[in-house]
Write a protein that binds this ligand. Structure first.
Ligand code: GLC
Length: 643
């Protein structure tokens, strides 16, 4: 028996081929390229779309709209970007030279023009990609740092015009820096034109969102949902009296803040509309698209409405359609959920790249407990990675730190998961006696006892408190910062630097004076980039100088070793849980990393065959690795040709 699907897929395409062809006008070559990609992908795309929307009487018409949107974008792709697509080569994903950065345009460099002028610093660091926090239009008061989007096609006026943006992206491209842009797929701001139309019940826009006249439907879901921002009081639904309805208002689904309205992807019109916005960003010249909040895209009654199979199908459909338009572009998943669910989004046919919140939070966990067993379990979980995919590893970003280790990993080493999380929150908020950290609790939830942590890397690692004490305390903080970075840069995936961390930028409390920001303490780690500090760091003075030159050296070492080119870490037994040791290799190039997460000197029982060159200090090693300083680390390198 033949499967009906391939045939249906081909029939669907054949029926609209003339319409698609017409969109390309006299660009015969572009059309042929698009058609050949479509021929390869057509069955997969059709099956994905059918599994989400095949139950609808108008499915054929909806599917046509998806393809028309893709063809329109493909026909409108600029020459510059078509050249990139033609030589699309994704080997950068496993190159040791690849280095990502992240910044807010306004906080880092005032505006797009300022960002172009700041390129030399990005070049000095050796960045290959830069994530610009969402620069799109937002409501004037509530923006959630850009994640409440009022219009995906307009920039915030204070950053500059679209022309300025295009100029800056080309300037960065000239320096070999690709731009990463956010696709905030789960929600729009409550003043987005679609939301405004929904409020007035215009033209089917109410069906773009999950809007309910009464609590009957919301209450069917509510009991199953996790509280993402508990500060707002435990309900994912918001009553809005400005939505027209028989009850003088309506409830709207708002997973994050009250002003971020979740989109309803059960409506294929929403998919088509959002696909248009996504492809617009792709055609602006983004090298990578960050798919924000992937777990939340699909709601199913009776579930927690996270990580639903349909959310994966949806992302696969986005992936396939982006592939038709822009094969050079890669998608990055942002999922901060159970490690197994984080991994599920990272697939070559879904999101090629995935943030690694598990390794991130486990590095901080190990630093607070002086015990690397959970970090080892986290690295163990990275042992397999789908072909063509890569992790993005970081220490800090614009968000808080949540303690995302798997409960089963904690239980396996005799830790009570919730008590351990309580300890970590108390440690990093500085409440725990003897803690060096000056972070703050974020979204403390007295009902569940959950909390997360805000704070800059240097402050969390103790630099802020050490500067008050002075002397050895400062050296210890710098040692912690460099050790964490050594592990981050060498353990797994593409490293990401949250700009400012390379010069040990500290917490910034000034957000408390701004009423738009005061309610969200994540702004304490989103302070303005301190230019004067960069100057003193480059001059080699103070702890910022030590961190800057140390990180520059670590980056140089990383670049020289093909062992970091995508190989996975192989854990080694050191005989002491305070130490982390792993090996990475590529052909003859082998690197063994040993790091001490504790404040004591630790003797390692690790023995290595042959002779090794320690790249950080320049010392030579044979046999026993021996004692490692408090918060010290070794980068032992060997290449077969040396031995
Ligand atoms: C992502 C962003 C976070 C934002 C949320 C809602 O998790 O990283 O900053 O609050 O999405 O869009």
């Amino acid at each position: 028996m033949t499967d009906w699907r391939p045939q249906a897929a081909h029939t669907a395409v054949a029926a609209i081929e003339p319409k698609l062809r017409a969109l390309f006008g006299d660009s015969e070559k572009q059309w042929r390229r698009f058609r050949s990609r479509l021929a390869t992908e057509s069955e997969r795309l059709f099956a994905l779309a059918h599994s989400l929307y095949g139950w609808r009487w108008d499915f054929a018409w909806q599917y046509e709209a998806f393809l028309v949107s893709a063809a329109t974008a493909a026909a409108g792709r600029s020459k510059w970007l078509r050249r990139k697509d033609k030589r699309a080569d994704h080997s950068w994903m496993t190159s040791p030279e690849t280095l990502w950065g992240q910044c807010y345009v306004d906080r880092f460099a005032k505006d797009f023009e300022g960002l172009a002028e700041a390129t030399p610093h990005l070049e000095d660091l050796g960045l290959t990609h830069l994530h610009l926090m969402p620069p799109y239009l937002t409501p004037p008061l509530n923006s959630d740092g850009g994640y409440a989007v009022s219009d995906y096609r307009r920039f915030r006026p204070e950053l500059g015009s679209e022309k300025d943006f295009r100029k800056t992206i080309r300037r960065l491209d000239d320096s070999g820096i690709g731009v990463i842009l956010d696709f905030v797929a789960n929600h729009t701001a409550d003043d987005h034109p679609w939301a405004e139309a929904a409020k007035r019940g215009l033209g089917g826009f109410r069906d773009y969102y999950l809007i309910f006249d009464d609590r009957v439907e919301p209450d069917r879901y509510a009991g199953h949902l996790r509280e993402i921002f508990p500060d707002r009081g435990g309900d994912a639904f918001t009553w809005r009296s400005d939505i027209e309805g028989p009850n003088g208002g309506a409830w709207v689904w708002t997973t994050f803040h009250e002003f971020q309205w979740d989109l309803d992807y059960r409506n294929p019109g929403v998919f088509t509309a959002m696909l248009g916005e996504l492809l617009y960003l792709v055609n602006l010249g983004a090298a990578v698209i960050r798919m924000d909040a992937t777990p939340f895209l699909w709601k199913s009654p009776g579930t927690d409405c996270e990580n639903q199979p349909e959310a994966h199908t949806l992302l696969q459909l986005f992936n396939g359609l982006v592939g038709l338009v822009a094969p050079s572009v890669r998608l990055l998943s942002e999922a901060v959920v159970h490690p197994d669910n984080v991994a599920a989004f990272v697939r070559a046919d879904e999101c090629h790249l995935g943030y690694n919140p598990l390794v991130m939070s486990s590095m901080w966990e190990a630093l607070a407990s002086g015990d690397t067993r959970l970090l080892q379990a986290a690295l163990q979980r990275q042992r397999s990675r789908p072909e063509g995919c890569q992790w993005v590893t970081y220490l800090r970003c614009h968000d808080d730190i949540g303690w995302g280790f798997a409960d089963e990993d904690a239980l396996a080493i005799g830790l009570d998961p919730s008590q351990h999380r309580a300890y970590l929150n108390s440690f990093y908020s500085g409440e725990f006696a003897g803690s060096f950290s000056t972070g703050r609790r974020f979204q403390d939830n007295p009902r569940t006892g959950d909390s997360r942590i805000s704070g800059r890397m240097a402050s969390l690692a103790g630099l802020e408190s050490a500067l008050e004490i002075g002397g050895d305390a400062v050296d210890a903080a710098v040692a912690r910062i460099l050790m964490l970075n050594a592990v981050m840069l060498t353990s797994v995936g593409i490293p990401l630097i949250y700009l400012g961390d390379e010069i040990a930028q500290l917490n910034d409390e000034s957000y408390e004076l701004d009423e738009r920001l005061a309610g969200d303490n994540r702004w304490m780690h989103r302070g303005k980039f301190p230019k004067a500090r960069l100057k003193s760091a480059k001059a080699g003075s103070g702890p910022e100088g030590a961190v800057y030159s140390g990180m520059s050296r670590l980056l140089e070492i990383r670049k020289r070793h093909s062992a970091f080119a995508g190989s996975l870490p192989h854990l080694l037994d050191t005989g002491d849980a305070r130490l982390l040791a792993f090996q990475r290799r590529s052909g003859p190039d082998i690197v063994t990393v040993v790091a001490n997460f504790s404040s004591e000197t630790v003797d390692s029982s690790l023995e290595l065959d042959g002779s090794w060159h320690e790249a950080w200090s320049g010392a030579e090693y044979t046999g026993e690795v021996g004692a490692i300083d408090p918060y010290g680390f070794l980068l032992l390198t060997q290449s077969a040709s040396d031995s």
